[in-house]
Write a protein that binds this ligand. Structure first.
Ligand SMILES: NC(=O)c1ccc[n+]([C@@H]2O[C@H](COP(=O)([O-])OP(=O)(O)OC[C@H]3O[C@@H](n4cnc5c(N)ncnc54)[C@H](OP(=O)(O)O)[C@@H]3O)[C@@H](O)[C@H]2O)c1
Length: 390
């Protein structure tokens, strides 16, 4: 029996509880700040995954708790599913009870925000700690009913799996077998965790907001008359900013490749990555705009609240936007600064969005290693470290 702790009770947490419970040799534990509400709402069969109004599967976790220290010591596998701003606190608290006498697979879905750096800082690099993550999510979900059900948007065609730099081959193979057992899609292995960290996602929500409400938009500051979707209703201006930010991120990736002596092909471009992973769900994959507009997995709405007097206003405390901003763009810009890569579009969009959302907050810079990039190419360091563990 493999004991899996899922941390985070948002849509991804709900989806994974329902999905992974289908394996008979798996026991699910669930940590979420919403534990009380979930326990109150959850029917006997547990969380149900729903598509087109049909129940696809249900699963009930053995424990639901808001205290991660109650469950992290029992887990063989931990999957952090929170938005990246929720992860530092959960990882920090879990660190005190995680077992050190056998391999524990500490993962993130999605593996954004420099997750290996976070684990390195809060948990350390003991040989039993196997850091892993999936690039992106195995399936999307636009909506959930807390403690009861979660709507499936669509499954990705394939998954990309990455491991922390120190993880020796034997444990990588064990981790890959586990992921293959848990998820139905074929999985490709990334060669370096940076391919996950540099996967072009951090700028996507801020780019859309900047286009819809920023200085070049037609927004007059009054409530919107209707609620629109992030991707299915993408505007041409938003697609333009996505393209510009993507190009800047590619320049950053090339600079990092040069500095570290690595190839990071797995990071991909934004358009290429979406087409690669969702091809069967995209009606028209020609351009950034057509791809986002016609991918059936991307139906989530821009979060809005009803305004007094009618209409809708942007919900300022949406965690996904803050995740991109402080755990995506902030460290991309910092890496660019350290490597001398100019990123004017990202700089402009970042500055506007930070101000729009009310000012700076905690960010991934808190665990980004101070001395990075290392003075010697990583390829050399990796050979030495591999020798240490094999
Ligand atoms: N849903 C999708 O289709 C989709 C698609 C692509 C990527 N993702 C990614 O999947 C991850 C989870 O997204 P989601 O859709 O599940 O988000 P969500 O439904 O908005 O849920 C947010 C989650 O983050 C946690 N959280 C938010 N703010 C927090 C804070 N300040 N402190 C601590 N925890 C906080 C909540 O944890 P508690 O339950 O403990 O409160 C909750 O689990 C994100 O990285 C997101 O970018 C999701």
């Amino acid at each position: 029996m493999t004991t899996i702790l899922i941390s985070g009770g948002g849509r991804m947490g709900h989806l994974l509880v329902a999905l992974l419970s289908q394996r008979e040799d798996v026991q699910i534990l669930w940590h979420t700040r919403r534990a009380a509400e979930i326990r109150r709402n959850m029917p006997q069969e547990g969380i149900t995954m729903v598509s087109d109004g049909q129940a696809l599967c249900s699963g009930r976790p053995a424990i639901v708790t808001d205290d991660i220290t109650e469950v992290a010591g029992k887990a063989d596998v931990i999957i952090f599913t929170q938005t990246a701003n929720g992860r530092p606190e959960a990882v920090r608290r879990a660190a005190s009870v995680i077992r050190r006498d056998r391999p524990v697979f500490i993962g993130a879905i999605p593996g954004c925000g420099g997750f290996d750096w976070l684990v390195g800082k809060e948990i350390g690099r003991d040989p039993n700690i196997v850091v892993w993550a999936l690039r992106g999510v195995p399936a999307t979900s636009p909506k959930m009913d807390t403690g009861r059900s979660v709507i499936l948007g669509g499954f990705k065609d394939k998954l990309y799996l990455g491991f922390g730099q120190d993880v020796p081959l034997g444990l990588r193979e064990e981790g890959a077998a586990l992921v293959a057992h848990l998820f139905p899609q074929p999985t490709e292995m990334l060669s370096h965790f940076l391919e996950m960290t540099l996967s072009p996602l951090g700028f996507i929500h801020p780019s859309v907001l900047y286009a819809r409400m920023g200085p070049y938009s037609q927004w007059d500051g009054k409530p919107f008359t209707e609620q629109v979707r992030w991707w299915a209703d993408l505007t041409e201006l938003a697609a333009y900013f996505l393209e510009r930010c993507d190009a800047e991120q590619q320049r950053l990736i090339h600079a990092i490749e040069g500095a570290l002596g690595l190839e990071l092909k797995g990071a991909g471009t934004l358009h290429g990555k979406v087409v690669d992973q969702y091809r069967s769900l995209i009606a028209d994959p020609r351009t950034m705009l057509s791809t986002f507009r016609t991918c059936s997995a991307f139906q989530s709405r821009i979060p809005m609240i009803e305004a007094q007097g009618g209409g809708y206003l942007f919900k300022m405390d949406h965690p996904g936007v803050r995740e991109d901003l402080y755990y995506g763009m902030a460290f991309l810009l910092e890496l660019g600064r350290r490597l001398g890569v100019e990123m004017p579009y990202m700089t402009e969009i970042y500055a506007w969005t930070v101000e729009f959302l009310g000012g700076p907050e905690a960010s991934a810079l808190e665990y980004l290693p101070e001395h990075w990039p290392p003075s010697r190419p990583i390829a050399q360091l990796r050979n030495e470290e591999t020798t240490r563990f094999v």
